[in-house]
Design a protein around this ligand. Structure first.
Ligand SMILES: NC(=O)c1ccc[n+]([C@@H]2O[C@H](COP(=O)([O-])OP(=O)(O)OC[C@H]3O[C@@H](n4cnc5c(N)ncnc54)[C@H](O)[C@@H]3O)[C@@H](O)[C@H]2O)c1
Length: 366
């Protein structure tokens, strides 16, 4: 069971995202078609431990593989690990037709993708996504990179994979928090582009969807299609790709204020979207906030975000790379499915939206 989504980069260049379960035959035929004989496998340490048969079955698709395990977690997304991957590739004498197979979530995908972009000025990159967030978001669109002490994702490049494989069966070993994290982004696609997603998820226990692969696949497929369509039209984020940041200006600051790792990125995105809905209303939109708020309980939010005051939140936003001389730029909604960009000069509006979001979330979580 699987579906395909093609990302067309230019008239002659494209790559395919395979999404479903039991996708080994597709992986093997992709390897054969591209005449890949050897491969460098860069794998997340948790995935290597918990999904050994899965990793082995991918290895067996090549004549020869060398495997590099990466310490799990955001802290690995640095120069040191990037260099380790580059050194490893060069030590194995990779050729221009030796792919890096990145097996993991967004961290491994971003790291291995940046290494693939730079080793021999570019070797093939195959993403095998193992988190829900990577399946619906990070593996699509060609952003690769690492963190710098000056900020997150500040060093990197746009580099497109030759294919993406998202096998939903591997999600069974993901923690509940990481699984729920993906729903922040899934609801985002619902808000900016496809309100059917908000409807499908209404009243659902998100955690239970892991056991319903058919339904999960159809949701993941909808999200892949939205991201694929947007990044196909705007590969290098010069326009509408910025809409994918809906809720993120708030979310990055929430994560920063609470300390990275205290709240999942997806939970922060969810809270950020609720605040962005109220900011949209303050700017004239007739949005029904309940369409988002009714998902609050399912996101299993930690409650410490209620302690973040407006001043700290705005300070956090101003330190973020999207700041523009005192004012802040947000993705807002005219309606669900109709995002636009707005620069807010009067930051008290942001504080007001944040206060309303906290009050309304509190009501919905009681
Ligand atoms: N390139 C992009 O366009 C883009 C977009 C969004 C996010 N990102 C980046 O993605 C990263 C976050 O990605 P993520 O949420 O996938 O985090 P992650 O890669 O850190 O994975 C989350 C956790 O899940 C574990 N894990 C992964 N797959 C597993 C599985 N199948 N079973 C058990 N455990 C598993 C990992 O070891 C890790 O502990 C951030 O660095 C973010 O900047 C990139």
């Amino acid at each position: 069971m699987s579906s395909k989504q093609i990302i067309r980069l230019t008239a002659s260049e494209s790559y395919t995202i395979f999404n479903g379960s039991s996708m080994l035959p597709e992986f093997q035929s992709f390897v054969d078609k591209n005449e890949y004989e050897d491969a460098i496998i860069v794998v997340d340490g948790n995935v290597y431990d918990l999904q050994k048969p899965f990793v082995k079955s991918l290895r067996d698709c090549f004549d020869k593989t060398e495997i590099l395990e990466i310490t799990p977690g955001e802290k690995s997304k640095n120069f040191k690990t990037y260099k380790k991957i580059v050194d490893f590739c060069l030590k194995q004498n990779v050729s221009r037709n030796t792919p890096i197979v990145a097996i993991g979530g967004g961290v491994v995908g971003d790291l291995a993708g940046f290494a693939a972009a730079t080793v021999l000025r570019g070797i093939p990159l195959i993403h095998v996504s193992t988190t829900l967030l990577a399946m619906v978001d990070s593996s699509i669109g060609g952003k690769t990179g690492i963190n710098h002490k000056a900020g997150k994702n500040l060093v990197g490049s746009f580099y497109q994979p030759t294919a993406v494989f998202s096998d939903l069966q591997v999600l069974e070993t993901l923690t509940e928090q990481e699984f729920l994290c993906g729903f922040g982004e899934i609801l985002k696609y619902g808000a900016i582009s496809d309100s059917v997603i908000l409807e499908i998820l209404k009243g659902r226990d998100f955690s239970e969807l892991r056991a319903n692969l058919t339904q999960l696949e159809s949701i993941v497929q909808r999200c892949i299609k939205i991201k694929a369509d947007i990044v196909t039209r705007d590969t290098r984020e010069s326009g509408e790709r910025a809409y994918l940041n809906f809720g993120h200006t708030f979310a990055h600051s929430i994560e920063k204020c609470l300390g990275y790792g205290t709240i999942s990125h997806g939970q922060a995105v969810y809270i950020g979207m609720v605040a962005a809905v109220f900011l949209s209303q303050q700017n004239g939109s007739q949005l029904n906030e309940n369409q988002l708020l009714e998902h609050a309980a399912q996101m299993k939010l930690p409650t410490d975000f209620f302690t973040i005051d407006s001043g700290d939140l705005i300070n956090g936003m101003q330190q973020d790379k999207k700041k523009k001389q005192g004012s802040l730029r947000f993705v807002l909604l005219q309606q669900y499915g109709r995002p636009y960009l707005k620069t807010i000069e009067d930051l008290s509006e942001v504080g007001e939206a944040w206060k309303t979001a906290k009050d309304k979330l509190k009501e919905n979580l009681e």
